[in-house]
Ligand binder design. Structure first.
Ligand code: ADP
Ligand code: MG
Length: 348
């Protein structure tokens, strides 16, 4: 028999590194967490500087509210968050973050620095964390807002580092996510640079259809063949609303690459909603073809659980059946309206 192994309390750094396994699997997930923090802080502009596909450097700068000087150490502490304080808050959470895990997780697997300044503060406060070891606070010059720098992701976790792909692959994962973000938040200006060169700039837009973002993400053909969806609250008190654009049946795809769903502003994958959309198209699309859409579903945050997975790619609806029917009926209505005027020619 093997001797009994004592039970030990794990050190904090290791706890954070374990948690990092759930929220940080590649540079794109770091970008996602950091930009979500910027949006939660009310940023109107976010600058994203990357080097080597984000593996060497990810620097996110925002013009949001900033962090109070004495709270800066808390920002990198596990389970510390300004976004919820009770179970009740959790059940109605409207921010993108709430778990208080992203910064300590990221900081435990990188060389991390955060500089932040509120409107009231005389100067900014900086903190550095190297592989989970937290340094001293230091005053720094910095405009209002927050800059987070993540260097050498996974430098201290070789097993993880090994799984990083080529620069171009990691960059394209980041771009995929940024494209979703650009659609979700047209009001926010985004600037991206890679290896010191500006690579993308999205100005803030009021309306997706007339702006560049929809064109860029789905192409001019989609825009030309898109049908407007706008279905407001059906009056049952759940605050349900579905809006966005779906493609005419004649514009269809061989894959699901142009299907964007946002639930309360969060890009999510949801099989049930995807199925409802597919069903709405069932009579007008050939087997094996897929519809294209950008849909924003909003509802009372109390009726949707976003705390299903640490990375928050999925949600759980309280009234799944009702949502399914709402999406299905709304889209079927939009498609039926236009069917009178269009033929099925071109579907193949
Ligand atoms: P969460 O977003 O789940 O609260 P994080 O670890 O991502 O957890 O961030 C911890 C806290 O640090 C946030 O709750 C917020 O108060 C603060 N914070 C992080 N990033 C920013 C930012 N860009 N601007 C202002 N505050 C921030
Ligand atoms: Mg966060």
């Amino acid at each position: 028999m093997k001797p009994a192994v004592p039970i030990r309390q794990l050190p904090d750094v290791l706890i954070n590194q374990i948690a990092a396994g759930e929220v940080v699997d590649r540079p794109a997930s770091v970008v996602k967490e950091l930009v979500e923090n910027a949006l939660d802080a009310g940023a109107g502009r976010v600058d994203i500087d990357l080097e080597e596909g984000g593996t060497r450097l990810i620097r996110i700068r925002d013009d949001g509210l900033g962090i109070e000087p004495d709270e800066v150490p808390l920002a990198v502490r596990r389970h510390a968050t300004s976004k919820i304080a009770s179970l009740d808050d959790l059940e109605g959470v409207a921010t993108l973050g709430f778990r208080g895990e992203a910064l300590p997780s990221i900081a435990s697997v990188s060389r991390f620095a955060l500089v932040s300044r509120t409107r009231e503060a005389a100067h900014a406060t900086a903190i550095e964390v190297d592989g989970g070891l937290v340094g001293e606070l230091a005053p720094r010059a910095h405009p209002h807002g927050t800059t987070v720098e993540v260097r050498d992701l996974f430098y201290n976790v070789p097993a993880r580092r090994k799984f990083l792909k080529a620069e171009r692959t990691e960059l394209s994962h980041i771009e995929d996510w940024l494209r979703q973000l650009a659609l979700a938040r047209p009001d926010v200006e985004l600037r991206v640079s890679h290896n010191g060169k500006p690579s993308r700039r999205w100005k803030g837009e009021r309306d997706l259809l007339s702006g560049e973002r929809l064109h860029e993400a789905l192409g001019p053909d989609f825009v030309r063949h898109s049908l407007r969806v706008e279905q407001g609250d059906v009056g049952d008190g759940r605050g349900l609303r579905l809006h966005g654009w779906i493609a005419e049946p004649s514009y269809n795809r061989a894959s699901t690459d142009q299907q964007f769903l946002f639930v309360n502003g969060r890009a999510v994958r949801d099989r049930s909603v995807a199925h409802a959309v597919r069903q709405a198209y069932a009579d007008v699309l050939f087997h094996g073809r897929h519809p294209a859409y950008v849909l924003f579903l909003s509802l009372d945050p109390r009726r949707v659980d976003v705390n299903v997975h640490p990375a928050k790619h999925e949600v759980r609806f309280r009234d799944g059946r009702l949502i399914y029917d709402f999406v299905y009926r709304t889209l079927q209505g939009v498609l039926a309206e236009t069917r009178a005027g269009s033929s099925l020619a071109g579907v193949a």
